[in-house]
Design a protein around this ligand. Structure first.
Ligand code: FAD
Ligand code: PHB
Length: 389
């Protein structure tokens, strides 16, 4: 097979890039290791920045998002038994949209199917070749037969555990990483949310987050030990622990029910630099990971796609390589600001095992300042709604 852009991975990054390229008349093939059902079964992010929504609009797949997404103008920060609202709209002029990653993925998959563009699911043994030359290609096996796709470019959109970054010699890039000594246990349940907006709660027992997917579906998280396994947490134990960590009036409003899904996520900050190797471009989690506290993972994948799509379009429109040459630097400048924000929000809200009593007092002071200073609230709001592209 021959295409202009071979895209590895049908997560949000790969599907969004594919959709934008297809609409611009640029041929692309997506190769995905898993089945479509498996991709859709992974419950992950829930908060979209305005820039991400605008890109989904540009991709022509935001109708359901506009109809069903929940526009939020603020978030609650809870500590010392009380909730404090940060008015995102007042401080930044912008809002965020609560709409699950699963739904974003479903909309993108349907839009791709409607355009008749190919996605090869359950592609095994994907390998990247010759991407340091002008003639890169990808091989994979399907039903035990090895196939080959020749392309002008390869977009590595295959997430943190993907093959694209691992195909690059380690000497060709630098890695910056912090692994946190705790994880998040998430529960999805068909119960009405405890509040109209998200509650990010700091508690001596650990962080808790009250989020949602719709007026009848809630998503909750609690900080757990990094070594905890999902099986160690019954639904009842989860609900009890969640209610201990949020202020009493919010706890009273938590409606419990059987979990539809329950999963653990390890918290990690990670950046691989650069994001380009010849004709291979990394995009999204393949190049960087943030802890989910700032809701930035999916949104960063979208901003990478924005830069990469523009650069590839320029190349095919006018054979200009200028934007391809600056892709990595432009994407990384935004990535690092989101890394900083996600790290800061994680440190401000989690029980950090080594911080001691002094660190705890600083944490309370930080949150007290954040929720009582317009200047501090503006900094949070500007970052939370998403920095400009
Ligand atoms: P992914 O969504 O990881 O997609 C990559 C795709 O590539 C996958 O479909 C994968 O199957 C495929 N792939 C992998 N290897 C290969 C291969 N060798 N060949 C072909 N295909 C391959 N962000 C938030 O903002 N809030 C959250 O609550 C949140 N929770 C998360 C929980 C977990 C467990 C994880 C892992 C991430 C979470 N994130 C969260 C981050 C957010 O979901 C990601 O930033 C987002 O999914 C990135 O999209 P992506 O397309 O870059 O990568
Ligand atoms: C979610 O709803 O899954 C969610 C929301 C906000 C975050 C992280 C996850 O910061």
């Amino acid at each position: 097979m021959r295409t202009q852009v071979a895209i590895i991975g049908a997560g949000p990054a790969g599907l969004l890039l594919g959709q934008l390229l297809s609409r611009a008349g640029i041929d692309n093939i997506i190769l995905e290791r898993s089945s479509a059902d498996h991709v859709l079964s992974r419950v992950r992010a829930g908060v979209l920045e305005g820039g991400t929504v605008a890109l989904l609009d540009e991709a022509g797949c935001a109708d359901r998002l506009h109809a069903e997404g929940l526009v939020h103008n603020g978030i609650e920060i809870a500590f010392s038994g009380e909730c404090h609202r940060i008015d995102l709209k007042r401080h930044s002029g912008r809002s965020v949209t609560v709409y699950g990653q699963t739904e974003v993925t479903r909309d993108l998959m349907e839009a791709r199917a409607a355009l008749g563009r190919p996605t090869i699911y359950e592609a095994a043994n994907v390998e990247l070749h010759e991407f340091d030359t002008a003639a890169p290609y990808v091989t994979f096996t399907r039903e035990d037969i090895t196939e080959r796709i020749d392309a002008d470019f390869i977009a590595g959109c295959d997430g943190f555990h993907g093959i694209s970054r691992r195909s690059v010699p380690t000497a060709a890039f630098s890695v910056f990483e912090r692994v946190y000594p705790f994880g998040w246990l998430g529960v999805l349940a068909d119960v009405p949310p405890a509040a109209d907006e998200l509650i990010y709660a700091r508690h001596a027992r650990g962080f808790a987050l009250c989020s949602m997917r719709s007026p009848t579906r809630s998503r909750y998280y609690i900080q757990t030990d990094a070594a905890d396994k999902v099986e160690m947490w019954t639904d009842d134990a989860f609900w009890d622990e969640l209610r201990r960590r949020v202020p009493a009036d919010a706890a009273d409003r938590v409606v419990t029910g059987p979990s539809l899904e329950k999963s653990m996520a390890q918290l990690r900050s990670f950046v691989a630099e650069p994001m380009r190797f010849g004709r291979l471009f990394l995009c999204g989690d393949a190049a960087h990971i943030v802890p989910p506290t700032g809701a930035k993972g999916l949104n960063l994948a979208a901003s990478d796609v924005h830069y990469l799509f523009g650069a590839i379009r320029d190349y095919f429109d006018s054979r200009s390589e200028a934007a391809l040459d600056t892709y990595s630097a432009r994407a990384l400048a935004r990535v690092w600001k989101a890394e900083r924000f996600s790290w800061w929000m994680t440190a401000a809200l989690h029980n950090l095992p080594e911080q001691g009593a002094f660190g705890e007092r600083l944490q309370i002071a930080e949150l007290d300042y954040l929720t009582h200073s317009d200047a501090a609230a503006s900094v949070l709001a500007e970052n939370y709604v998403g920095l400009p592209y």
